[in-house]
Design a protein. Structure first.
Length: 458
């Protein structure tokens, strides 16, 4: 064995192995894990649509902002913790890296528990605020009242999976989520078709699946590979929490922004739908299904982005800027291919996709097809904004990452959702999304090109 081979063997694989192979190794399990995570909601939507009906689907859409808030917290803790962990590993500071990993885990479970308690206390006003109508409120209270028990486990699993991936075990990270989702699917079928538990059965199936996934993540943390995680690493430290939150703020803001937009969209659809021929419930139910299907597409993009994160963070910390740039552009290329395929599916097969989630009236299908085609029109450009935000987060530029996370949802989509429906009614809500998507793409692509050019000078 030559001197160079010995050196490569001793070095962290993130810094020496071919970037393309690393990206496949980290991104594929991450994509599967994110898709499986998205399936939690889609499977519930499928069974609820078929065994409860349109009102059940509308109720899950009302409850969806809380799921998004859990995802926001878990990404803040998980990606923020993983970025700090990998940056310090790249610099050779294992002791500091271990402290960030342990504190990220403590953040996940603590905030998850707080969110559960707050939801239990303010459940009914939350559901009304999120857009529940008189017909959907009972279903929303029943479903969310049960799923809130799973919030600490959901946040712990999603956040912890990022740390498992950062430790060099992307496959185990995938397995944690996959096993929980399979449990959810089996129990959904059992509780709803055999025991006829209705929407409560779907909720309990979700919670039990989340508990199983959390147990697997906890089991891995006792056998962390690259560093030893002792009790002192899990002891909360304010400076660590602040650093984790700073680098995790970009994906967190992105999810929170999506949550705010979902709440506003629900209320806009309920209000302006009530003034149209469709009524309030049809737009609310259709929007819920389309949001969940859109999540499945975004799960692939976010999976690629998360697979990219440890490669970018480690090599940026090690000052290997050529490898950083290669990882970013390979990720953009892969996500662009996926985005074009998703765009074609959304434009050509909207009725078939909607039909998977139960039957409806002619008006229901007519609105759903039109909404799908318009609202998701710029799907083929939507990969740039989340990946660019994660790039800036991964290299420690928290402010730029946070700005990128705000562009599509808060700076553009939210004002458009408030203004356009006043001018064009229900159509205004549909056209707000593609306009916001296009502007966000222009800004993201411009910022990304400027940053990668700067790396060339380094």
């Amino acid at each position: 064995m030559g001197a160079r081979e010995i050196k490569q063997k001793e070095e962290n694989p993130l810094g020496v192995r071919p970037v393309g192979r690393l990206l496949l190794e980290f991104a594929i399990p991450s994509i599967i894990a994110m898709m499986v995570s998205a399936l939690y909601n889609i499977v519930d939507q499928f069974f609820i649509g078929r065994y409860v009906g349109m009102l059940g689907n509308a109720a899950t859409n009302v409850a969806f902002p809380l799921t998004m808030s859990c995802t926001a917290v878990s990404l803040m803790c998980g990606i923020g913790g993983a970025a700090n962990f990998n940056l310090n590993m790249g610099r050779g500071d294992k002791k500091k890296a271990a402290k960030y990993a342990g504190n990220a885990v403590a953040m996940c479970f603590t905030i998850g528990l707080l969110l559960c308690i707050i939801t239990r206390i303010f459940l009914k006003p939350m559901m009304v605020f999120f857009g529940a109508t008189d017909q959907t409120l009972t279903y929303a209270l029943s479903y969310t009242g049960i799923t809130s028990f799973g919030f600490p486990f959901l946040i712990f699993t999603t956040g912890g999976s990022n740390l498992v991936r950062a430790d060099g075990s992307p496959r185990f990270s995938m397995i944690c989520t996959l096993v929980g989702a399979l449990v959810n699917i089996v129990l959904d079928a059992l509780f709803m078709t055999v025991f006829h538990m209705g929407i409560q059965g779907a909720a309990w199936a979700t919670v039990i699946g989340q508990v199983v996934s959390a147990f697997l993540v906890a089991l891995y943390l006792t056998q962390f590979k690259t560093v030893y995680l002792g009790r002192e690493n899990f002891r909360p430290k304010a400076s660590c929490w602040a650093d984790i939150a700073r680098l995790g703020m970009s994906p967190c803001i992105n999810q929170l922004a999506m949550m705010v937009v979902q709440i506003v969209l629900n209320n806009v659809l309920t209000h302006y739908g009530g003034q149209s021929a469709y009524g309030s419930e049809i737009p609310l139910a259709c929007a819920g299904i389309i949001s969940k299907v859109g999540m499945l597409f975004f799960a692939i993009v976010i999976g690629i982005s998360q697979g990219m994160q440890p490669i970018v963070s480690f090599n940026f910390g090690a000052e290997k800027y050529g490898r950083v740039s290669e990882a970013v552009w390979r990720s953009i290329t892969a996500a662009s291919i996926v985005s074009v395929i998703a765009f074609l599916c959304f434009q050509i097969f909207p009725r078939q996709i909607i039909g998977l989630f139960g039957e409806g009236s002619a008006e229901y299908y007519r609105f759903a097809e039109r909404y799908f085609r318009i609202y998701m029109f710029f799907t083929f450009l939507n990969q740039f904004q989340p990946i660019t935000a994660n790039v800036f987060t991964s290299i420690g530029k928290a402010a730029a990452g946070a700005f990128m996370s705000l562009t599509r949802q808060i700076l553009f989509l939210l004002p458009l959702l408030l203004i356009l429906p006043m001018l064009f009614g229900l159509d205004g809500a549909m056209y707000a999304a593609p306009i916001a998507d296009f502007i966000a793409f222009i800004i993201a692509s411009t910022m990304l090109v400027r940053e990668t050019r700067r790396w060339k000078t380094l």
